[in-house]
Design a protein around this ligand. Structure first.
Ligand code: SF4
Length: 427
């Protein structure tokens, strides 16, 4: 009888990509994938440590896995292992901890465990790109890892300490990976990494990489996942004229105040950020822009915060992922003066959230009457749902739509409530 394995993933798309790859590998090796709530032989928790909240959730999941009945093997991996391995190990002697650079070796380690051997993670070669393309994935789009690590050292961020220095994957390997997922039948790929705008491999920078990928033959479309507003030039923006490159970017602004951006050690000023936005909107008026905002960074005054509110309204981001600043031990911001009280941080993030909801509705409503080509993610009782070029959720009725098809849909309306889906009619 095949062994059962369950995965739980926290955090960014890179973690999700890595879990997808692992799940697919285990499936191909004969394991049965089950929900985390079910009884399994192996539980894998892919942790995140970007905020205190992420640490708390990671600990909860590890605890849940360890309390499962039976003698399940618990494998903990991801950024929290890199940042707190010693503390975690001292509380969890019977659980296996695997750092990010050996995450791709979980299958051989689990197999060795069942053969009664002990394969210590340190005996596996570290390789952050050794993930096989997932053919059994939890998603319709295939994530393509092009880069890992970061050299920016923003003062609030723990990621460079847990993912390490920036490394880029050679184009040939990326092309092979893309070809494999297209052969599996994926119609959409998403470039992902920690700081992908800083891709740099033997003279190929990010924009030339994107250009080379767009030249790969095949019927596919491509998205860029979260990106910092630095490291690329106008050529990158021009590439959005290419029909394969989808007009959506999640560009991380973090604050609308230059004083705060400087203390965060971000690599741009507000006017540089705005110049990028203007160029994008001039070349593509409907372009979908989304962002991250940190509320209550140390020293953020009322005036700084008001400036952020004005900027996000003015740019009209269609989605804002807002975090309350949280102290990460080991980062420079942790010991900065002017830590903002918790109550103020909550109020400010609440205000940003309300603005985000208002502008999300405005943006989505502005698309009524327009047409999108929707990649169908699910269909149920003749109602299909998916995302069009602009990465906005769209639902339509059709008796014959199928998962993974691309359907042309005219947008006719918008739902009520938060995160409103758009309704449409297929052509
Ligand atoms: S660019 Fe800044 S926020 Fe992004 S991963 Fe690097 S250090 Fe962290």
């Amino acid at each position: 009888m095949s062994r059962k394995i369950a995965f739980k993933t926290l955090g960014c798309r890179l973690n999700q990509f890595e879990t997808d790859s692992l799940a697919s590998e285990f499936h191909n090796a004969g394991y049965k994938l089950v929900d985390f709530e079910e009884k399994a032989d192996v539980y894998v928790v892919n942790t995140c440590t970007v905020t205190n909240q992420s640490d708390k959730k990671s600990r909860n999941l590890i605890g849940q896995a360890r309390r499962k009945p039976g003698n399940a093997l618990v494998v903990v991996t991801g950024c929290m292992v890199n940042s707190r391995k010693e503390a975690l190990e001292s509380h969890n002697a019977s659980t296996c901890f695997i750092e990010n650079d050996r995450k791709s070796s979980i299958l051989p380690m689990v197999e060795a465990h069942y053969r009664g051997e002990i394969l210590h993670p340190d005996h596996m070669d570290p390789d952050v790109f050794n993930f096989k393309p997932a053919d059994t994935t939890f998603h319709t789009r295939s994530l393509i890892k092009i880069q890992d690590g970061c050299d920016n050292y923003c003062t609030f961020c723990i990621v460079p300490f847990v993912r390490g220095r920036a490394v880029s994957r050679p184009f040939e390997k990326i092309r092979e990976n893309i070809q494999q997922v297209l052969d599996f039948g994926f119609r959409e790929i998403v470039l992902t990494g920690v700081n992908i705008g800083r891709y740099d491999h033997k003279g190929t920078n990010f924009e030339s990489l994107v250009e080379k990928i767009l030249d790969i033959p095949g019927d596919f479309r491509m998205r860029i996942s979260s990106i910092e507003p630095d490291g690329y030039g106008d050529r990158f923006i021009e590439l959005f004229r290419h029909p394969k490159l989808m007009p959506h970017l999640h560009i991380c602004l973090q604050s609308g105040s230059d004083a705060v951006l400087l203390r965060m050690k971000r690599m741009y000023t507000l006017s540089e950020f705005r110049a990028i936005v203007d160029k994008i909107r001039n070349s593509h008026p409907d372009f979908n822009l989304t962002t991250d905002i940190i509320a209550g960074f140390p020293g953020e005054t009322e005036e700084d915060f008001r400036a952020t509110c004005e900027v996000v309204k003015d740019i009209g981001f269609s989605h804002i992922h807002t975090f309350k600043y949280s102290i990460r031990k080991g980062t420079r911001a942790a010991c900065m003066p002017g830590q903002v009280p918790e109550k103020t941080k909550s109020e400010r993030s609440g205000i940003i959230r309300v603005i985000g909801e208002e502008y999300k509705r405005k943006y989505r409503s502005s698309l009524i009457g327009k047409t999108q080509h929707v990649l169908v993610e699910k269909t149920r009782e003749h109602v299909s749902r998916g995302y069009g070029e602009l990465y906005v959720p769209i639902e339509f009725r059709s008796p014959d739509a199928k998962k993974n098809q691309i359907r042309e849909v005219k947008i006719t309306g918008i739902a009520d409530g938060e995160d409103p889906v758009l309704f449409g009619t297929p052509r």
